[in-house]
Write a protein of this length. Structure first.
Length: 385
C-alpha cells in the first residue's frame, strides 16, 4: 500500500512534512485531466519524500504543497500567487496545461517574484519563444513531436493525407500550428480537421466528422479521455486511419477507458523515457524510489511495478524528473537557498544527465530537452517502441 505522503499527493493534499523549503505545485486533480495531474504530483512527492528521508537538502526538508486547479487557468494563477505570498515558496514545480501556463506567464507572477517553475506539461512553442526566463522546460516542444511523426508517416510509410483532431484552446492551436508547419515542409496540407470542446472533452462529433473523410493518418492533439473517446468513436464510425496522439495522452488510461482491444494500434509520441525500461539508470532509480514508498516484503518490487502501472506512468516520471532537477538546483544554491539562488543554480545544469535522459539548461537557455520517441499500444495494453 502506498504510504500516506503519496496518497496525499494523489488526492492533492498537503505533504505532512513540516519543512524548511516549500515547493508549490498546481495541477488538475478534478476534471478531465485529473488522472494526469494526480500522477504528476505523485511522481514529485515520491522523490521529495526520499530526499526528506535522507535528511533533506543541506539539512533542510522539503515541503511539497499540491493544489487543485481543475484545469482552470485563473485558478492556476491564484494557486501560484498563494504559494508565493502565503507559503513563501522557494520554487514551483510541474504545472499543467498550455492555457494555464499562458495565463501564468501573462500575469508576470514568476518574473515579478523572481521564482523558478521547473516543468510545464505543455509543448507549445509560443510559451518557449516568448516565455519567461523563470520557466524551465523539461519536455520537448510540440514541433519536435510533430516533426518526428510526420517524418515517420510520410518518409517511411508514404502517408500524404493527414487529418487532425484538436482540443479547443491554446493546446490545440499550438499542436495544429506545429502540424501545418511540418506538413508544409513536405509540400502537404491537411486533408481535414475537427475540434472538440476543452471543457466537456466530448470528441464524439469530431470522430464522426473525420471518419467520413478517413484520411490515411489522423493526429490527435488531445488529452487522454477525449483521445480515448475519439479512438473508440472513430473506429465505430468506420474510420480506418492510422491514429497517432501527442504525448499528453496517457496510455494506461486509454486502455482502462476503452479496453485494450480498441486501444490496440494507437500510436503515441513520448517525450520521456519509457518508465519500464530498466536499462536506463533514471528509470531504475524511479522504480526503486517507488518501491521505497511501498511496504517491505518479498512482493515489494512487484507492488512497485504494479503501482507504476496503476497510474499514468509517464506523468509520474515527469513529476519525478522535475523534482530531481529542483533538488539539484537547491543543492547547488547552498545552505538557506533563496529563490534567486535556486533560479541561478538551475541555469548551471548544462548537459545534466539524469541517467539516460539529459537536461541542458544555461543562463540563457530554458528548453531543457528535445527527446522524443514513438510508441504504439499493443493488444495487451502495453507499449511497443
Amino acid at each position: 500500500m502506498l504510504k500516506k505522503l503519496i496518497i496525499a499527493a494523489s488526492l492533492a493534499l498537503v505533504s505532512q512534512a513540516y519543512a524548511d523549503i516549500t515547493i508549490g505545485q498546481s495541477v488538475p486533480t478534478t476534471g478531465i485531466a485529473a488522472e494526469t495531474g494526480k500522477a504528476m504530483a505523485m511522481g514529485a512527492s515520491i522523490y521529495f519524500n526520499q530526499v526528506n528521508g535522507r535528511g533533506g537538502v543541506n539539512g533542510e526538508l522539503i515541503n511539497h504543497l499540491v493544489r487543485d486547479d481543475g484545469g482552470n487557468p485563473q485558478t492556476t494563477v491564484k494557486n501560484a500567487r498563494d504559494f508565493i505570498e502565503k507559503e513563501n515558496a522557494t520554487a514551483l514545480i510541474s504545472f499543467y496545461g498550455t492555457d494555464n501556463i499562458a495565463a501564468l506567464l501573462k500575469s508576470k507572477v514568476l518574473d515579478t517574484n523572481g521564482i523558478a517553475l521547473v516543468g510545464a506539461h505543455t509543448g507549445a512553442d509560443s510559451l518557449r519563444n516568448n516565455g519567461s526566463p523563470y520557466l524551465f522546460h523539461t519536455r520537448a516542444s510540440y514541433t519536435v513531436e510533430v516533426d518526428r511523426l510526420v517524418k515517420l508517416l510520410n518518409e517511411n510509410l508514404g502517408v500524404t493525407k493527414f487529418g487532425v483532431v484538436a482540443q479547443q484552446g491554446g493546446y490545440g492551436e499550438a499542436g495544429i500550428a506545429a502540424l501545418k508547419a511540418a506538413l508544409a515542409k513536405k509540400q502537404l496540407k491537411l486533408a481535414g480537421e475537427a475540434w472538440y470542446d476543452n471543457q466537456t472533452g466530448d470528441s464524439t462529433k469530431a470522430a464522426k466528422e473525420l471518419a467520413k473523410i478517413n484520411p490515411e493518418a489522423v493526429i490527435l492533439v488531445a488529452t487522454t479521455k477525449p483521445a480515448a473517446t475519439f479512438v473508440q468513436e472513430y473506429k465505430n464510425s468506420g474510420g480506418t486511419s492510422q491514429l497517432y496522439a501527442l504525448s499528453a495522452v496517457q496510455f494506461e488510461e486509454v486502455a482502462k477507458q476503452i479496453g485494450k482491444k480498441t486501444a490496440h494500434g494507437l500510436g503515441i509520441s513520448q517525450v520521456l523515457p519509457y518508465p519500464y525500461n530498466t536499462r536506463a539508470r533514471l528509470v531504475q532509480e524511479f522504480q526503486n524510489d517507488v518501491y521505497a514508498e511501498l511496504g517491505s516484503g518479498s512482493s515489494g518490487k512487484h507492488e512497485a511495478l504494479a503501482a507504476i502501472a496503476k497510474y499514468p506512468s509517464y506523468a509520474m516520471l515527469e513529476g519525478y524528473v522535475a523534482a530531481r532537477l529542483i533538488v539539484e538546483g537547491i543543492k547547488r544554491a547552498g545552505k538557506a537557498p533563496t529563490r534567486a539562488a535556486v533560479y541561478n543554480a538551475l541555469g548551471t545544469l548544462s548537459r545534466y544527465d539524469l541517467g539516460g535522459f539529459v537536461i541542458d539548461y544555461s543562463p540563457s537557455k530554458r528548453n531543457g530537452s528535445n527527446f522524443s520517441e514513438l510508441t504504439m499500444m499493443s493488444p495487451t495494453g502495453a507499449l511497443t517502441r
